[in-house]
Design a protein. Structure first.
Length: 572
């Protein structure tokens, strides 16, 4: 009996020593050993191997198929409406001032929207990062629709200005929200094509705005420039409401209250930032127009903006990563480079679209509607190459080469545009627009900076990064449109007496770009056109410089691939 007991004891010892002795001979046993050693046992789960599939439960969820098509179409339509609203008012303003007898308020019709949009833009990122993205998007869309309704039914100039401000508040969160929703629905390696479609179609709003606004104002009423947003926006709201948006921000495990969310929004930072942005933009709006640049009002606004923004950055550095604009984020090379690339690319595109329309109406003498048609070479090539480049980024993996080539071609195209005069042939202004349009398309209409930021931020930080990027886009447009207006008006005022001696300068300027032929004698028309040539050329020098600066700053965006990293499977 003792011999049998010894044999049983030895057999038990052999069984317990088998895994370690057979590791080299039986590699398949290794995962079982690791699982047993790394996963604690519990009475509820005696078989620890069942815990292995847990990482799969944490895999990110993405939207596909018909639902994806619906959500991309919806947010694209919303972004298109918002950007259309930015430029559609330009051709409607003369008729609005006539109806309300409010020529002195003309500056507020554009700046009310811009001030509200830019001052609230950075806060939208914190809002999207703290609250449900679908609810936030619908709230901003609702504000935009309310502003459009108020503008359309306005019975006074003041009511119209309030409506434009409310629309600007809503518009501040639409593009940012659309990009945030796309980032939550589509994996990074496939995101380029969809963002290319979104931004490619949305940016058409800026280009088509003067054409659509001119047609509606001429054949219907200027109020339809705002009524048009209501049915389309309602359709967008219905589609977004019924689509479930995934949440990839992760769960902290602790419940958060509304008060804690509000505290995390950095409201004090917003209180400092908003007046700084407003004072700065007002100084640019009023300088050289309402007041002289060296007036106490303009200098005071610049000084107030500078002092407040210094306090803002001191406060932001104090609260760290909880700031409305975290300094640790914007001081990263890739983020800073992407934001600057966005600023200069947006400035070039929007300023070019505005002043190409002026070139066609003033130098070529065509109607506002036809000037929009003449912009089609730029619009179509920009959209075509934008969507194509977005798909190529997903295949190649790197966005920087497209930005480099795109900024080079944009610089060349806008440089060539700066040589156009009133007698330039159709082939020239078509060809030059095509070159610039291809360049902006390869830069993917500012989508490459979007991909760069989304590819280098954690999911919970993407909304804040997008808000900073959109702020740079809007601020770039505001800055360079102000610079362009100053260059244009100053050059025109100086050159009119040179090329058309004896001309009534104030009468020509007051008549506007499309009506000056009615007040200019036939003998002096050629000289006035030469003065317009010189003024518009100087503006395009500015846009070419903006595109060239975009080429310089884009190199910091880095060579990080958007393709999903391949995981190495353990050998069996």
């Amino acid at each position: 009996m003792s011999t049998m007991d010894d044999e049983k004891l030895n057999h038990a010892r052999d069984e317990t020593s088998t895994p370690t002795s057979d590791v080299s001979g039986s590699p398949a046993v290794l995962p079982q050993i690791i699982d047993k050693e790394t996963q604690p046992s519990s009475p509820e789960s005696p078989d620890n191997a069942q815990a292995v599939p847990e990482p799969k439960a944490e895999e990110e969820e993405w939207v596909t198929g018909f639902k994806l098509a619906v959500i991309v179409a919806a947010v694209t339509m919303a972004a298109f409406l918002m950007l259309l609203d930015v430029s559609i008012v330009a051709t409607a303003i003369p008729r609005i001032t006539s109806d309300f007898h409010s020529l002195t308020d003309i500056g507020w019709y554009g700046s009310a929207y811009l001030l509200a949009n830019c001052s609230l833009q950075p806060m939208t990122g914190k809002i999207y990062s703290r609250f449900d993205s679908k609810i936030c998007f619908m709230v901003f869309l609702g504000l935009f629709e309310l502003g459009s309704l108020l503008s359309g039914v306005a019975t006074s100039s003041k009511m119209f200005i309030v409506g434009r401000a409310v629309a600007g508040m809503g518009g501040s969160g639409i593009v940012n929200g659309g990009l945030t929703i796309v980032a939550k629905c589509i994996p990074m390696e496939k995101r380029g094509m969809y963002i290319g479609i979104l931004m490619g179609i949305a940016q058409l709003g800026i280009m088509l705005g003067p054409l659509v606004g001119g047609a509606l104002t001429e054949y219907a009423s200027w109020r339809w420039c705002f009524y048009i947003n209501l049915p389309a926006g309602g359709l967008v709201a219905i589609f977004v409401f019924f689509i479930q948006i995934p949440n990839h921000s992760g769960k902290s495990g602790t419940k958060t209250t509304l008060s804690s969310h509000l505290k995390s929004l950095d409201l004090f930072g917003f209180i400092l930032f908003a007046p700084a942005a407003i004072m700065f933009l007002l100084a640019l709006e009023w300088g050289g127009n309402t007041y002289r640049w060296d007036s106490a009002m303009v200098i005071g606004l610049f000084c107030g903006a500078a002092g407040t923004i210094v306090l803002f950055f001191i406060w932001e550095s104090r609260i760290g990563d909880d700031a409305m604009i975290p300094l640790s984020m914007i001081t990263r090379r890739i983020i800073a480079s992407s934001c600057l690339t966005m600023l200069f690319t947006a400035a070039c595109m929007i300023t070019t679209s505005y002043y190409m329309a002026i070139y066609f109406q003033a130098d070529k003498g065509v109607s506002p509607m036809l000037s929009g048609v003449y912009l089609l070479p730029s619009i179509l090539t920009q959209m075509l190459f934008g969507v194509a480049a977005g798909g190529l980024v997903g295949r190649v993996g790197y966005y920087l080469p497209f930005v480099i080539v795109g900024t080079i071609m944009t610089s060349i195209g806008t440089g060539l545009i700066s040589t156009l005069v009133s007698t330039s042939s159709t082939g020239k202004w078509v060809g030059y627009q095509v070159i610039a349009g291809v360049g902006r398309g390869l830069t993917l209409q500012m989508t490459k900076p979007i991909l760069a930021i989304q590819n280098n931020l954690a999911p919970q930080d993407i909304p804040v990064g997008m808000s900073v990027l959109m702020f740079c886009q809007n601020m770039g447009a505001a800055l360079f449109l102000s610079f362009a207006q100053t260059i244009f008006s100053t050059t025109l005022t100086h050159e009119l007496p040179v090329f058309a001696p004896g001309i009534n300068v104030h009468a020509v300027i007051a008549a506007g770009a499309s009506n000056f032929r009615e007040v200019v004698p036939a003998a002096l028309l050629r000289g006035v056109l030469l003065a317009y040539d010189r003024a518009i050329n100087r503006v395009f020098y500015l846009t070419a410089a903006s595109a060239a600066t975009g080429f310089v700053v884009c190199w910091g965006m880095g060579w990080k691939s958007v393709k999903k990293a391949k995981t190495v499977k353990p050998e069996a």
